[in-house]
Design a protein. Sequence first.
Length: 102
Amino acid sequence: MTDRPWTATADGIIIAVRVTPRGGRDALIAGTTAHFAARLAAAPVEGAANAALIALIAKAFALPKRDVSLIAGQTARIKRLKLSGDPQRLAEIAAGLYAPAA
């Protein structure tokens, strides 16, 4: 069991994100030890929320959208995304974004 919502791979990291569509403005915040939390303005219609999530994650991790892919949870609240790039740099960004509750 991990105490953070990301796992390093050979060519990037995999993150877990709990999504709240129609949540006002787009924001990525710490969630639990199991996932980040994302609020998205987009509704979960015709992939709009998934596209908004990919754009939000790409911006937060300073990646092009092509380097962020949804690998699980296309229709679920908790999604797993693969971020391609330097695993150490991506993990450092994730650690900076993640602040577990005290």
